[in-house]
Design a protein around this ligand. Structure first.
Ligand code: G1P
Ligand code: ZN
Length: 545
């Protein structure tokens, strides 16, 4: 059988954003669109030829069709072996684990993360490299450049494979191994955590616990780990059947979209511990009785207590956070004399630091935390980490752990305000107003706070010295506060403006105030500087986290 070459013309806008190429399903369904991007990956990533590729996704609408197309193209492009998750399923962290465990040369992860699914929703594709993590900017740029000139793709004419059973099949000489999507991942997590201690905690009748898989990919993973391996009752994992449209919801674990879990746990205090994950399983939200853990605080708490967990008992090398993430992790690093790095938004920027052994834990304010065990953020990993901490500290609750943490390291009040689907020009102009004002800001005040620095964040990777500019506007008031503004790189409709607010409080007597009340002066400042609300005709943000 010889491959068929299909002539195509380039599609505009196949530039990967913060996390892969994300578009409306209808865009991906245009004849040749998916193929053009995938062929551009194959054309630019020479070591895939004769190598192993991992393939899977979050199970959203179009996942199955896309996988069949990619299988036929991979065979026609000389890939020797493909590992594909059963039913086309692989959570993002599981894909990373599979790439690493099987020494694959890379992976294609099909997901639009927390964006809605279904025929009118979003689809996405991301190329991960041999370390299991998202490709660096230079790789995604090379792929993008190729998409601008692509004139043909290669494919075998072949029937759809049966992906619903673990099996070994072939397309021409390419081996297609349909693997259990959970096995490798569960085996990896078992090496990191004290499963006996967590099992004992979960089985305590007074420990009320729930995990919400949000009808997304973590259902099978949570069932295996939490119910089968850790003995949680069956009703502890809810919305565990992955659906192509996520039940019509945003599979985004935050107080706005996991509203019921939040209400029951934080507002009504009916659960002691609750957690949720997103569409592709890399995000996590941690809630305790009467309290929500800010993701930035979560990273800091995990870093401060890591040695209580078997996988990190020998200590951690360092921590990294994305720039907009609060400096709670920095306070821990300073206190424990750990290395600490500030990277641009997006998991790809942690890869080099993890590979070089400079950091062990890393995280983002956007409900992402993980460690060197994979090269992606990892939702269930974070849940098990918190459960392990609670198990290792009998008598403590999520609230008491946070309280003790703030007393020791101070509290960073934190909130992110999102303005979604703003007209692109209006959003760009608002940010430009702030950008223009940056040079004049140092020395002026926001109420009592003195602005000490203001810039457009640029990052030089400490390992490969690559430079990334334009990574977000930041106004810094020493150690006391920060206001940050940037445009989302994952949205598919208009522009999403993200404003981030951080305020430090060292006095335990003032560490339990209302977050929005405390940051209100910073919010006013951001509006004065950007004019965003006025220009977009909004009275406030669409989502507050
Ligand atoms: C968002 C988050 C970012 C995260 C990314 C992928 O990107 O802000 O932290 O890495 O999703 O999950 P953004 O839309 O802000 O570019
Ligand atoms: Zn995700």
């Amino acid at each position: 059988m010889s491959p068929r070459e299909v002539a195509i013309t380039p599609f505009e806008g196949q530039k990967p954003g913060t996390s892969g190429l994300r578009k409306k399903v209808n865009v991906f369904r245009q004849p040749g669109y998916l193929e053009a991007f995938v062929q551009s990956v194959f054309d630019t990533q020479a070591d895939l030829r004769g190598g192993t590729l991992v393939l899977g996704g979050d199970g959203r609408f179009f996942n199955r069709q896309a996988i069949q197309v990619i299988l036929r193209m991979a065979a026609a492009n000389g890939i020797a072996r493909i590992l594909v998750g059963r039913a086309g399923i692989l959570s993002t962290p599981a894909a990373s684990a599979v790439i690493r465990r099987h020494g694959a040369q890379g992976g294609l992860v099909l997901s639009a993360s927390h964006n809605p699914g279904g025929p009118d929703g979003d689809f996405g594709i991301k190329f991960n490299v041999g370390n299991g993590g998202p490709a660096s900017e230079s790789v995604t740029e090379a792929i993008y450049q190729r998409t601008t000139r692509i004139d043909r793709y290669r494919v075998f004419d072949y029937h759809d494979l049966d992906l619903d059973h673990v099996s070994l099949q072939h397309i021409n000489s390419m081996a297609v191994e349909v693997i259990d999507p959970v096995d490798d991942y569960a085996a990896l997590l078992e090496t990191l955590f004290d499963f006996d201690a967590i099992r004992a905690l979960i089985r305590r009748p007074d420990f009320r616990f729930r995990f919400d898989a949000m009808h997304a990919v973590t259902g099978p993973y949570a069932k295996r780990l939490l119910i089968e391996m850790l003995g949680a009752p069956h009703d502890a994992v809810i919305n565990a059947e992955p659906k192509e449209d996520f039940g019509g919801h945003h599979p985004d674990p935050n107080p706005a979209h996991a509203e019921e879990l939040y209400r029951e746990t934080v507002l009504e205090g009916r659960l002691d511990f609750a957690a949720a994950s997103d569409g592709d399983g890399d995000r996590n939200m941690i809630l305790g009785k009467d309290i929500a853990v800010s993701p930035s605080d979560s990273l800091a708490v995990l870093a401060a207590n890591a040695t209580l967990v078997p996988g990190y008992a020998k200590g951690i090398a360092g921590v990294a956070r994305s720039m907009p993430t609060s400096r709670a992790a920095d306070a821990v690093a300073a206190g424990l004399e750990l290395a600490c790095f500030e990277t641009p938004t997006g998991w790809k920027f942690f890869g080099n630091l993890l590979d070089a052994g400079r950091i062990t834990l890393c995280g983002e304010e956007s409900y992402g935390t993980s460690s060197a065990h994979v090269r992606e953020k990892d939702g269930l990993w974070a849940v098990l980490f918190w459960l392990n901490l609670l198990a290792a500290k009998p008598g403590e609750t999520v609230a008491s752990l946070l309280d003790a943490h703030w007393r020791r390291f101070g509290r960073h009040y934190y909130s992110r305000h999102d303005y979604e689907a703003v007209d692109g020009k209006v959003a760009a102009a608002a940010l430009q107003r702030l950008r223009d004002a940056l040079p004049g800001l140092p020395g002026s005040r926001i109420g009592e706070l003195v602005i000490t620095a203001a810039d457009d964040f640029a990052y030089t990777d400490p390992i490969d010295r690559s430079v990334s500019t334009g990574q977000g506007l930041r106004v810094v008031c020493g150690e006391q506060a920060r206001v940050i503004a940037r445009l989302s790189g994952t949205g598919t409709e208009g522009a999403t403006v993200r404003l981030y607010f951080e305020l430090f409080e060292s006095d335990p007597a003032h560490q339990h105030d209302d977050v929005q009340a405390r940051i209100a002066p910073l919010v006013d400042f951001a509006e004065r500087m950007t004019g965003l609300r006025a220009a977009s005709g909004r009275s406030g943000p669409d989502v507050v986290t």
